[in-house]
Write a protein that binds this ligand. Sequence first.
Ligand code: NAD
Ligand code: 6OD
Length: 488
Amino acid sequence: MSEQVVRHFINGEYRESASGKAFPVHAPEHGGVVGEVFEAGREEVDAAVAAAKAALAGPWGQFTAQERAKLLHRIADRINERFDEFLEAECLDTGKPRSLASHIDIPRGAANFKIFADLVQGIPTESFRLDTPDGAGAVNIGHRSPKGVIAVISPWNLPLLLMTWKVGPALACGNTVIVKPSEETPLTTSLLGEVMNECGVPEGVYNVVHGLGPDSAGEFLTRHPDVDAITFTGETRTGEVISQAAAKGLRDVSLECGGKNAAIVFDDCDLDKAIEGTMRSAFANCGQVCLGTERVYVQRGIYEAFKERLVAAATELKPGPSHDPDTTLGPLISKEHQEKVLSYYRLAVEEGATTLCGGGIPEMPEAISGGYWVEPTIWEGLSDDARVIREEIFGPCCHLRPFDDEAEVIALANDNPYGLATAVWTENSSRAIRVAEQIEVGIAWVNSWFLRDLRTAFGGAKQSGIGREGGVHSLEFYTELKNICVKL
Ligand code: NAD
Ligand code: 6OD
């Protein structure tokens, strides 16, 4: 493949940085440089924000909800028509197996536009009749308008999916956006600019600036005074910095951050389902899913059987190139992340873990041996206060620990600063609901994992985030609700 040159997309046009500053993009599969990305300075960020602001006052501001919905459907259709190009770009950037990206990342990229296009048209606004002393009364009518210019800061693990998860509802509600994708994965966000132009999205409605976080595009964008709200997905410590940026000018902020998620496997579970689900939750996308499981608590009666089967299945995972249909495990995103995950593999041993499988770098064919590969890894035997149990690793690994009863496992699951997701495996539905209700998370799955209904609330408790998106909750974030009180 020829080297990619990735430009900003501002006011409907692709642009280079005035400074000429650029950074390389590496393919995780082999580690080689496959392109360069222009890094936005203040000038490009200012231009993107100005374009987004001007677009609100232009034709976009006159679009009815129905017209916006029609346009969003066209965008989704066009993503599907250009499916293979999006797939190619996403897999080049991330190295993830095509089989995964073609089932999750790209279809969800399109669905995120369709679902919110339909949703905004079907949600009623509130209305209250008020009695007044003169007997005539008053009516209150809720009125929603777009919030304005929205900064979207997105991560690298599911680049198209997580970016459109925010851009879809933002546009459906009539806002304009400036996206700052992760520096690791700029391609699909950039390609979406072409789709916007092909579909007739007015210039300035969708803008993209590339760059890093601190002292670069991310910081310039989130600190920009003409940005009305910020929506972020990424690490908790970055969320804290963005939250501080949003405080200036009291801008609204939505934060979807890290997790250290527990799976709870009761001895009355369907073991086949629990193994299949835990395999996905621990190892899908090479463990780089915020909702992924890194702590697995298994009831003592089935602990040994569960362990044996999970270790056997993990050992069967096949790392390999994205295009190979037999590949079931991709590489990590970057050299730096590979070093981080390997440092936790070493730490687990130092902290007293028994490594049940993996623990290092797999042997790969020479052509891809420079890729950011790590072995799927399972441990047991760590104490509950080990760092490996408490900190997010974001790699293909999990720790198994036996438990005896419900109260014990609820306490164990909740003993963590994060509160994003959990998966409970049991055939006893009363127990499932009783336990799910007590786990301090934003999302609790029972006998499933990452089963998504986009109308539902999505977000994290504790240090996993602030706010909820999805369904009516996205509408809450991306609109300003005004009450109009009419005295009769
Ligand atoms: P990250 O926080 O390093 O980066 C995310 C984005 O923020 C990138 O675009 C980055 O350039 C930008 N950024 C970094 N510093 C910034 C700053 N000071 N100002 C403005 N922007 C800045 O996260 P990552 O490594 O890309 O993603 C992995 C993390 O994301 C994990 O912790 C994972 O759990 C989390 N995540 C959470 C969810 C969720 O829905 N809760 C989803 C996916 C990923
Ligand atoms: O499915 C979604 O909408 C979503 N935000 C998923 C997040 C996955 C985290 O890596």
